[in-house]
Ligand binder design. Structure first.
Ligand code: ZN
Length: 320
């Protein structure tokens, strides 16, 4: 079983007004997250992974750079690639109408989700994202993830048209994700569809029987560890975990969130010391991912592991 430790890397300006005035501080927070305790956005994330020898897949959002300059995207790409990690494509089309000139002059208004664009528009946006990452020095891309998991059937066609091999956009926990694909198949396991390999977010059953996606900021380490072990025992082909460049930061601040930071360190230590059972893999080279396995039951974790998440959340509320 491969473990895909994936990150969505994005910069936001805390609203859509005064973008140019807000961008420098936003970039500092989202990319570096500087604080007295350390740089807990990308630098600390990459440092922890390097220390434990863990591989990650960094889905980088490039459209912001068409507004503010490719040099900013190049900074992000260099941080990730210099740490030996891989860059792939993430898209938040919210930026489309903020780019000058606007990308689609016939529709110069904000459309948040990729699934609000038609097939040709989605193809154009993915191509634009790939061009920006290429200009920023990214190695050839193989994989895509839609912002907010808001992909539809056209997205999969567009991703394949653009020559990518993996799509990681589907997530059963987000109703908007693949809404026109749900009648065809569920998104619990990877599968082949036409020329693409679909790598959905891993969903597991928590200790109280609820469905949960495997996100660092939203699960206890015990939940992730137990769900991964259970997935391996059930011979699932992979376990896909989500995090973000800002996930170890407190909301609206560059100071670290000690609960999530401690969690990420523990998760990477666990992955680094259990490489045989839980090898972290990438998507840059043709991955040895066997998607022929049957659908299989969802993995589970114990009630105590979920109780720990509630305890962690209570601690975080005290801190915030
Ligand atoms: Zn995103």
């Amino acid at each position: 079983m491969n473990v895909y430790l994936t990150f969505d890397i994005e910069v936001w300006c805390n609203g859509w007004t005064e973008l140019d005035a807000r961008f420098p501080a936003a970039f500092e927070r989202y990319v570096y997250g500087r604080s007295a305790a350390g740089d807990y956005a990308l630098p600390k994330t990459l440092e922890i992974m390097a220390r434990h020898g863990v591989h990650g897949v960094f889905f980088v959002e490039p459209l912001f750079a068409a507004r503010f300059g490719v040099e900013h995207l190049a900074t992000i790409v260099a941080l990730i690639q210099d740490a030996g990690q891989e860059v792939q494509l993430h898209l938040h089309p919210e930026w489309t109408d903020e780019i000058r000139p606007v990308v689609f002059p016939d529709k110069p208004f904000k459309r948040q989700h990729l699934c609000f664009y038609d097939l040709d528009e989605q193809t154009a946006l993915i191509r634009l994202g790939m061009e920006l990452l290429d200009q920023a020095g990214a190695a050839p891309l193989t994989a895509f993830r839609a912002g907010s998991f808001a992909a539809n059937a056209d997205t999969l066609i567009a991703v394949e048209r653009c020559g990518l091999r993996f799509d990681a956009s589907l997530n059963m926990n987000y109703p908007i994700s693949g809404s026109d694909l749900r009648a065809e198949f569920d998104f619990y396991q990877p599968r082949r569809r036409d020329g693409l390999t679909l790598l959905p977010m891993t969903t597991f059953r928590d200790g109280f029987g609820r469905l949960r996606h495997a996100q660092v900021g939203a699960c206890s380490v015990a939940e992730l560890q137990q769900a991964m072990e259970d997935s391996a025992a059930r011979r699932h082909p992979c376990f896909t975990i989500l995090s973000h460049n800002f996930e170890m930061l407190r909301a609206g601040s560059s100071r670290p969130d000690p609960v999530v930071a401690g969690r990420f360190e523990k998760l990477c230590r666990h992955l680094g010391s259990n490489r045989e059972l839980l090898p972290t893999a990438g998507l840059a080279s043709p991955a040895a991912l066997d998607v022929t396995a049957g659908p299989g039951e969802l993995s589970r974790c114990g009630a105590l592991a979920t109780a720990r998440r509630y305890a962690g959340q209570a601690v975080r509320r005290l801190w915030h």
